[in-house]
Structure formats: C-alpha cells, structure tokens
Design a binder for this molecule. Structure first.
Ligand code: BG6
Length: 479
C-alpha cells in the first residue's frame, strides 16, 4: 500500500537499544556469580570467550552516561540469572543484587526506562547439571528467580521480557551454545524443553501481574516473515510450514495458551511430541502477555524441495548460523532470495520484511509490539582520531526505521524500537569482531587493549533521529 502521508511515530515512542548480560558484562566469575551454560560451552578458539566481553560490569556508569547522551528513552538489558542465584535455585547472592540495584538506579537517574530481559541464553550451569530445561524443576527455579527480580526491582522497572529467543534455543541451540553437544534424541528433548520453558514463562507472567499490577510483561522471540521461494503452491505450503514451526508455535503458546495446530502435527509426525498434562494447559491459558517483543534481523525464504546436489550445501548452511532456516526435507528447505542483499556475514538484509513481520504479528495477536533487536553485524574499523565510519549500519537502520513508520501507518500498534546493540559486545558465536554497537569498544578477539569507548558515526545519526522522534531518516551526517 502506498500512502500520501505517513503517520508519525507516536509521542513517547521508546527509542532504545539492547544488550544481554553474558555478551556485555564480563566479570563472569566475580562477586559470587555462578557459571552459566555459556561459560561451559565450547566456541571456536580463534574467537573471544565471554569472560571479559565489554567489561560493562565495571564500566556501566560510563556506559549509561553514553546511552543518555545518545538520547535513549529505554535501555534493554538482561539479568544474569546465576549472578542473582549462583546455583540457579539456592542462596541469593547479595553482591549480584547490589550490582543490578546500582545499574537500574543509574539508568533511572538518567531518565531512561529500563526494559529488563529475565533470561537471555545463560541458564545457570548448576541447573544444567540437573538436566536443565529437561528437568521440570527448572520451571519452579525460573519462577522463583523471576519473583525475586520483580520483588527487588519492580519498584523501578515497568517493562519486563520473559525469555529471549526461546525459538532460537530450540531451533539452533547448538549454534548459540545452549544445547550441550551429544544430547541424545536432540529434537524430542528440545520440544520437551520448549514445553517446560513455556510453562516457566506462563508462571512468570502470572507472578508479574500478581506482584506488579501496573508493570507490563511479554515474550521476546525472534520472529521473521517466511517467503515462499516461488509462487508454486508447494513452496507456499513449505513457507506456511516453516512459519508455524519457527514463529507461531512460540507466539500461539505465549499469547493464546495453546499449541499451533500445524506445529503440533509436525511434532507428532516426527515423533517429537512433548508430554503435557491437563494442568499444563490450564497454566498456559492463564499466562497472558501485555505486549509482544520480537527480534528481527532478516526475512527467511524456503522451498518445498531443492535439487539433490544442493542437499549437502544446505545441511552445512543449517549448522552454520541461527539466521538460516536450514532444512527438514518434506517440510521446508532453506532457499536463496535473489531479491535481497547480504551483510558481511551472509545474513540477508530485508527492511520490507520487517514491515511484513510487524503486520503478520499484529494481525494474529492484536497486542502492542516492540522491536527488541535489529541491527547490522559488521567488521567495523577504528580509524584515525578514534573514528568509526559505519555508514552501512546507518543505512541499514534508516531503511528499517522507514519500514516501521510504514507499519505504523498500516495500523500496527508499535511502541518501541531497540536496535542491537547499544554498545559493541561479543556475538553469540562469531566473536567481538562482529560488531553491532553505536559505541565502539577498543579490543580484539584476544587482545583486550584498553577497552576504551568511542562514539561511532551511527551514534550521532541515531541521536539526531531520536531527537526528531524518527523524522530525520536521511543518512548523511557530519562526523
Ligand atoms: C540474537 C540474540 O540471536 O541475535 C543476540 O538475541 C545476538 O544475543 C544477536 O547477539 C545477533 O546474533 P550474533 O550471532 O550475530 O551475535
């Protein structure tokens, strides 16, 4: 649809930016923090580990001052579960509590609204040793952790997110380090874990409404529209299949408290069905989100089948990256999209897909939306005068924000946008050289250098855009 005039971003729109605890904090074993699954996972040795990352734990005051200068209205960050409960479910760690008290106070002092993710990939290792999400006791541990966070910080936090990208942990847990290698019968195990996470999420949403009646809480999956590789009806069915398996399974459970019919048939057909009880269904029906947060990096394209000689290449793509669909022959097969460009890491760039995704989610669930991740990973270079000319990022963000304005004009109730990431941090599986931030952190994969912070060109561009409440989309800016 083409419009004569576009609706403006609403007043009070939450312009923000995001991080996650394990990717930005460092201090992985300091002040009583317990290890998480990420601290025990194996990643490529040539890449940075997660022990120091951006050292935000020690430098948060300076970082928050920079976010305030950037003009952020909200800052999305996560609480490291094993910093509060080193064993996941034992004694509360007072030093962990003190850290998040200081962090939240600092954020509020600068007039920024905290947007808190309870759990972003970093399950406490002690719980993993007892079966992790396969063990139903983890559900109660998560509820306890969530209740603690609501009680401790609820007087200063109005917006909560339950679980970051639960769908990616199920679909690509081996890539992001949340599925231990050698897990027997991985698919069936994962769908049982998914069910337990859904129950945990429902309990957290119920607890939030009970303890903090004026706060708002929502899920935070990674949702992307799925295109058929062609107008062939079989390809359209494949796209439908993948959309249910990748997207709607997670949001139907979170918002309607029921399993998506097609995803259920898929699990039945493959022998992946989780065991569930009648009480589980009651619980799922009671847990209601106030809004939907979602992460979007690019659209996905699938076909019904692919020439045989491509099968091995497809399989390699599937293993390699969380943003690629991969394949499940007879259900969907990842396909190329000749209409889209790639970034330096092979991820597609599809701003229009963000508008499509907003429309699809809003039409299905009629809940307010906030984008909690979107951004360009790139090999940014520090140049003379500590300058970082990240013009590609500016273009990426501008193009996506333009599509958001179109989505708002389409009638979608969007209340915020938080690009990934506020500051450079360590990527899930591609090191610190894959940078996303508005603020550059001076370190390499293994050389920590001075960890100094430098404002990138995109910092000044986003600052101007926020000041104009989204009306300054032009990409040129003096730097
Ligand atoms: C999402 C995650 O998958 O995408 C983030 O929520 C992650 O934790 C981001 O960093 C970008 O992915 P990557 O693999 O480039 O770090």
């Amino acid at each position: 649809m083409h419009y004569q005039t576009l609706a403006p971003f609403p007043p009070g729109f939450l312009w923000g930016a995001s991080t996650s605890a394990y990717q930005v904090e460092g201090a992985w074993n300091e002040d009583g923090k317990g290890p998480s699954v990420i601290d025990r996972a194996q990643f490529a040795p040539e890449l940075s580990d997660f022990t120091v990352t951006s050292d935000h734990y020690h430098r948060f005051a300076g970082d928050i001052a920079l976010f305030a200068e950037l003009g952020l209205k909200t800052y999305r960050f996560s609480i490291a579960w094993s910093r509060l409960y080193p064993d996941g479910d034992g004694e509360l760690n007072p030093q962990g509590v003190a850290f998040y008290q200081r962090l939240i106070d600092e954020i509020r002092r600068h007039g920024i609204e905290p947007l808190v993710t309870l759990y972003h990939f970093d399950l406490p290792w002690a719980l993993q040793l007892q079966g992790g999400w396969s063990n139903p006791r983890t559900i109660a541990a998560f509820e306890r952790f969530a209740r603690t966070a609501f009680e401790l910080f609820g007087d200063r936090v109005n917006f909560w997110l339950t679980i970051n990208e639960q769908n990616m942990m199920i679909l690509k847990g081996d890539v992001i380090g949340t599925l231990p290698p050698g897990t027997p019968d991985p698919q069936k195990t994962l769908y049982q874990q998914n069910h337990h996470m859904m129950l945990a999420q429902a309990r957290a949403m119920i607890a939030c409404h009970e303890l903090l009646p004026s706060a708002k809480i929502g899920p935070a999956p990674n949702i992307s529209c799925v295109y058929p590789a062609s107008s062939r009806p079989e390809d359209v069915i494949a796209a439908n299949n993948y959309s249910s398996i990748r997207n709607w399974l997670y949001l139907d459970l979170a918002c309607h408290g029921r399993y998506n019919a097609l995803a259920w048939r898929f699990m039945a057909e493959k022998g992946y069905l989780p065991s569930i009880t009648a009480q589980d269904l009651d619980l799922l029906a009671q847990g209601r989100p106030d809004f939907i947060a979602f992460n979007y990096y690019a659209s996905t394209t699938v076909a019904a089948d692919a020439p045989r000689e491509n099968a091995a290449a497809q399989r390699a793509r599937e293993i390699e990256d969380q943003q690629l669909p991969g394949m499940d022959s007879a259900v969907y097969i990842g396909a190329d999209n000749p209409h889209l460009e790639h970034n330096q890491f092979g991820w597609y760039i599809d701003p229009v897909g963000l508008r499509v995704t907003c429309r699809e989610i809003y039409e299905r669930y009629h809940l307010p939306l906030i984008v909690t991740e979107n951004g360009l990973g790139a090999f940014d270079k520090l140049t003379a005068g500590n300058k970082i000319h990240d013009d590609d990022r500016i273009r990426y963000l501008s193009d996506h924000i333009r599509q958001l304005q179109l989505a708002i004009t389409d009638g979608v109730a969007l209340f915020g946008y938080c690009p990934w990431s506020a500051i450079d941090l360590v990527s899930t599986h591609q090191g610190i050289s894959k940078r996303y931030g508005f603020v550059y952190v001076n370190r390499d994969e293994h050389d920590l250098k001075d960890l100094a912070r430098h404002r990138k060109k995109s910092f000044f561009w986003y600052q101007r855009l926020i000041k104009a409440n989204g009306q300054r989309l032009e990409t040129d800016i003096e730097y």
